[in-house]
Design a binder for this molecule. Structure first.
Ligand code: MG
Length: 162
């Protein structure tokens, strides 16, 4: 059986925090606020994968009330989810994601982001696509109040019939 899942996440942009996206620290005067490293892209990917296997959401697996996840490297959280996929016999077909961030431009960083995510998931980088778009001055993204990310994951569950 083929299954898909979606993921969506937002984090507030604040001074004094690193801007980490797909495990890449991007040079920026503002960073994303959150309990973990606030890697909005990786969080959306995690939720898409959890959705595809019907395993709830990131907040259920890594509660923001749990000190274990304070400042957590979100790629490590993704590694936990990859292990869960393995337990369920799920093989990731592909992941596609879009980051919504007004600035800075992410063009130079996207290849490393997809390589980082693909590496954790044991996939070729071509199977993990990362796109970036701006808010064109509109909404919370355009006003540089925060960043958002949207992801979709497709998985295969061999031997499972719909
Ligand atoms: Mg998040």
């Amino acid at each position: 059986m083929i299954a898909t899942g979606i993921g969506w996440d937002v984090h507030r942009l604040v001074p004094g925090r690193p801007l980490i996206l797909g495990g890449v620290t991007v040079d920026s005067e503002l960073g994303l606020d959150g309990h973990s490293d606030a890697d909005v892209l990786t969080h959306a990917v995690i939720d898409a994968l959890l959705g595809a296997i019907g395993a709830g959401d990131i907040g259920e697996h890594f509660p923001d009330t749990d000190e274990e996840w304070r400042g957590a490297d979100s790629l490590a959280l993704l590694r936990h989810v990859d292990a869960l996929l393995g337990e369920r016999g799920a093989a990731v077909v592909n992941v596609d994601a879009t980051i919504m961030l007004e600035r800075p431009k992410l063009l130079d960083h996207k290849p490393t982001m997809r390589a980082n995510l693909a590496d954790v998931l044991g996939l070729a980088p071509e199977r993990v696509n990362v796109k970036a778009t701006r808010g064109e001055g509109m909404g919370f993204v355009g006003r540089i109040e925060g960043a958002a990310a949207l992801a979709i994951a497709t998985i295969e569950l061999p031997g499972v019939t719909a």
